[in-house]
Design a binder for this molecule. Sequence first.
Ligand code: FAD
Length: 391
Amino acid sequence: MAESLSTDVLILGGGIAGLWLNARLRQQGFATLLVEKASLGGEQSVKSQGIIHGGAKYALHGALTGASEAIADMPRRWREALAGSGELDLRGVRLLSDAHYLWSPGTLAGNLTSFFASKAVRGRVDQVKGDALPPALQHPKFKGKVYRLAELVLDVPSLITRLAELAGDSLLAGREVIPLRHDGQLAGLVIDGREVRAQRIVLSAGAGNQALLEALGLSQPAMQRRPLHMVMVKAPSLKPLYAHCLGGGPKPRVTVTSHPAADGQWVWYLGGDLAEADGVARNEAEQIAAAEQELRQLLPWIDLSAAQWATLRVDRAEPAQSGLVRPDNAFLAEQDRLLVGWPTKLALAPDFADRVLAAFERDGVRPAANPPLPALPRPTVAQPVWEELLG
Ligand code: FAD
């Protein structure tokens, strides 16, 4: 006979959104089951740059609006969690950088006028010089201006590992999902033949939400994918750098984060405009050539002769919206017992969980008596993507 389980909240998808939500619900006494079909964090989350934005980047092109207060508070909430005094205890998660920087090469200060006028950055940006510059920019040939943003950068693999610990025995490796209906209502899901009944079902499967909605016979909310073609470079000469480098346009020309490889070298992970439309159109060799040219132009003193290169194609999954405007809040849609959403940024996972908790509060969803879960097949935690590509 099929195994039959019951829980308060059934979560599908173990990226940052599902794992953070799961940990918060468990802390509030809810019984949960989180289903992951591949590896925890292995899609967008471990492929992200790990920047805990406070919204400064979006102020660059005026996209930061009144509705963006949620993102402005994210660095504080994450800092508290890292210190063990916040909504989750994330002590032990590796902080890669206590700040992210904005770097304007040459004489592009004009670009920054509207940026500094923006309410979102006022009082939270300081210019840095000399010894206070990021190590990779401390060179006599360096020209340009650098500003310190009150944002942080996290080692995402260690974050996923910690959230998997906080998940305790609530994790289930499972692939096949079939709706379980009772009197025409969604009562739960059958996961690889196991019946799981729940008060609420949350789809937080990133790009996988679309297929899950289809499996449930639904077409809304609609999803969009934003393709990116990221570049990684590892070299003994690299020093840490966490910065948006500004170009002539409203978006960062290149966004650099640095990640420690197991062999002791640093891997630079390059995104920003480099990884968007033109970058997506380039093949791997062309994209590597474009990235190398950018680095040689911006940081000519860096020795790249022993560098190893790789590229990574990955889609951002977000709610569909006109004009591909970047959302700066988490998104949640609801339909009876089903909740579906995208945090839209790693940094906004706390906002995603807030929205789910607010919906439960409104609907009077509370922890109920559930029998303990049996031992279940547990999904693995994703490996750092730079080890897979450059290890
Ligand atoms: P995901 O991390 O994609 O997780 C979804 C999970 O669901 C996966 O583990 C997947 O295997 C699982 N799944 C899929 N289908 C099913 C199914 N049927 N059943 C069960 N499980 C399923 N944000 C920032 O805040 N800062 C950054 O610096 C940043 N950089 C980024 C860089 C890149 C290149 C990209 C692509 C994104 C970046 N982001 C950043 C955005 C951020 O990564 C995402 O918004 C966030 O990770 C999404 O988390 P998620 O949990 O919704 O999705």
